[in-house]
Every structure is written in C-alpha cells, then in structure tokens.
Design a protein around this ligand. Structure first.
Ligand SMILES: [Zn+2]
Length: 107
C-alpha cells in the first residue's frame, strides 16, 4: 500500500498568526498539491515560485512548503540546466498509453 502523502503545515507568519483565512487556505491548497507530486516535481515547482519576480525568498519558501533551502536551490539549478540530468523516459511512460499499443500479445 502507498503511504498517505503528508501535507506540510505552512509555517509562515500569516498562517501562524491564523487571522487571514484566505491566505491560510491558499497555502494549504498549495501544500496539498505539493504532497501529490513526486520529489523532483516538488522541487521544480517550488523553484519556479522562487524565481518569480516578486516571489518569496528561498528561506520563506522553505517555511511555506517544508522543502529545505538546499532542495529549492537544487531545483533551480536543475531547471537552469534544462533538466538535462533527469529521467524523462520514466515520466513519459507513466504519462501516456502510447507504449502500451506496442506491447505484443503472446502467440
Ligand atoms: Zn502560510
């Protein structure tokens, strides 16, 4: 059985203060979303947040998402490197049914 994904509780000031329900919800939804991604996807997504022009700092993002700053920096480095070191194969296979058509039946 697959373990239930753990949703990170946002640790930003706003969520800790607990007054701004909209922000709290949006941070929770983002962390829920993150919990369904695999590890590389998580750090790439957070890396894109980090690179947004007026986006939060890596330190802030670490509080928001539960990834550590090192992981976020790694995600950014990988994106800058065009994700060239990554197993594109596996992701393709999971994504589409095209390969299945090539599977031969016995006899
Ligand atoms: Zn928050």
């Amino acid at each position: 059985m697959r373990p239930e994904p753990i949703v990170h509780q946002c640790e930003c000031e706003t969520c800790k203060a607990g007054f701004d329900a909209e922000i709290i919800q949006s941070h929770q939804r983002r962390n829920l979303f993150l919990s369904r991604l695999n590890e590389p996807q998580r750090r790439w997504y957070v890396a894109t947040l980090s690179e947004a022009a007026d986006g939060p700092s890596d330190r802030q993002l670490a509080l928001l998402t539960g990834l550590d700053e090192k992981t976020i920096r790694r995600g950014k480095a990988e994106l800058q490197d065009q994700l060239s070191a990554l197993p594109l194969d596996r992701q393709r296979r999971e994504g589409g049914g095209r390969l299945r058509a090539e599977k031969k039946t016995r006899n």
